[in-house]
Design a protein around this ligand. Structure first.
Ligand code: ASP
Length: 330
């Protein structure tokens, strides 16, 4: 078994903490040298792509990482990506959409505490990620706290406890105890497809709240935003009386700017037929994103927009959100 371990940064390899802030180590150490037990699982090559706090990861990093993974896949049995937890769910979603034809595992992992700490979760997470990357799991997954989660369903739920991630609308792909239990919904291998790096990063995500002034969204449209993600209430409800968002959704459609609606509630799906606020948003042109996470919806919006260049963008994005690309919606 041969694995490629790509380092992008995150707490796992940071230094400092209590009382100094954690920051990426000035030098990057060889992970396999730090944790030689990994060699018992597979022959592992490491590659340092970035050494960033994941708060500094940008969409161009996702594309470069996806390209490296795409070009490396044929030479390894699986790939492990070490990444900070803060934006790991975004990167995992982007990778899942940019690499739709996987026939082997791409497993992201990280840690809540650095590898050098005594009470660290880094060792277990790394060992689990490498072990899972040797198995028949052709998915972009997140290995964390004895679970493997579908990457494009994941969200960071905890900034303190060791179970940093959850997939509220999708059971884990695997659970690790004395052995590894693989769930039946793990995908079968899919034939590789040509790598398409197109992505439009010029989008904005806004969480509705009582009092949100729709003029701020009009301002974003005027500034040239190409796509709008609204994190609406409950089943996808937006205000339609005072501070109504309906006119700005209509204005977006007139400018061929897609408006996608996700729910602020981690569990449950957007249903734009359930309340008048949702019905009005749908009539104005909004696109419901079902039970997708904000992270998945945002990255899918960027990628769908990137691929829609020149054509009818609202229609292209509506079509993209009508089908599941990588198991991101149920
Ligand atoms: N700030 C860190 C990061 O996302 C947090 C972590 O890795 O857990 O890079």
């Amino acid at each position: 078994m041969r694995l490629l371990l790509i380092h992008t940064g995150g707490t796992l390899m940071m230094r400092g903490g209590d009382p100094t802030p954690l920051e990426p180590d000035v030098y990057t150490r060889d992970l396999v040298a730090e944790l030689p037990v990994l060699r018992k699982l597979a022959e592992i090559e490491t590659r340092i792509l970035y050494n960033l706090d994941s708060a500094d990861i940008q969409p161009h990093h996702w594309v470069e990482l996806a390209r490296v993974v795409h070009e490396s896949l044929a030479h390894y049995d699986g790939i492990v990506v070490v990444h900070g937890t803060d934006t790991m769910a975004y990167t995992a979603s982007a990778l899942a959409f940019l690499l739709p034809g996987l026939d082997r595992p791409v497993i992201l992992t990280g840690a809540q505490k650095p590898l050098v700490d005594v009470r660290t979760d880094a060792r277990t997470n790394l060992v689990d990620a490498c072990h899972l990357a040797t198995m028949a799991i052709p998915e972009v997954g997140i290995a964390f706290d004895s679970e493997l989660l579908r990457g494009c369903r994941a969200t960071k739920l905890d900034a303190w406890g060791m179970k940093a991630f959850g997939t509220p609308s999708c059971p884990p792909l695997a659970e690790l105890g004395l052995g590894v239990h693989l769930a039946p919904h793990v995908f079968s291998p899919r034939p590789p497809v040509t790598f398409d790096p197109r992505l439009e990063p010029n989008v904005i995500a806004v969480r509705t709240f009582p009092g949100l002034d729709p003029r701020l969204l009009q301002g974003a449209l005027a500034a040239g935003v190409r796509g709008l993600l609204i994190e609406a209430f409950g089943a996808g409800n937006v205000p339609r009386l005072e501070n109504s968002l309906v006119p700005v959704i209509e204005a977006a459609r007139a400018m061929d700017v897609p408006v996608v609606i996700v729910s602020q509630s981690p569990r449950g799906a957007v249903d734009l037929t359930r309340y008048q606020g949702g019905v009005a948003a749908a009539r104005a042109g909004a696109i419901g994103a079902g039970d997708m996470t904000s992270e998945a919806a945002l990255t899918k919006l960027m990628i769908a927009l990137g691929r829609a260049e020149g054509s009818d963008r609202v229609r292209a994005v509506r079509e993209a959100f009508a089908t599941s690309w990588a198991g991101e919606m149920g």
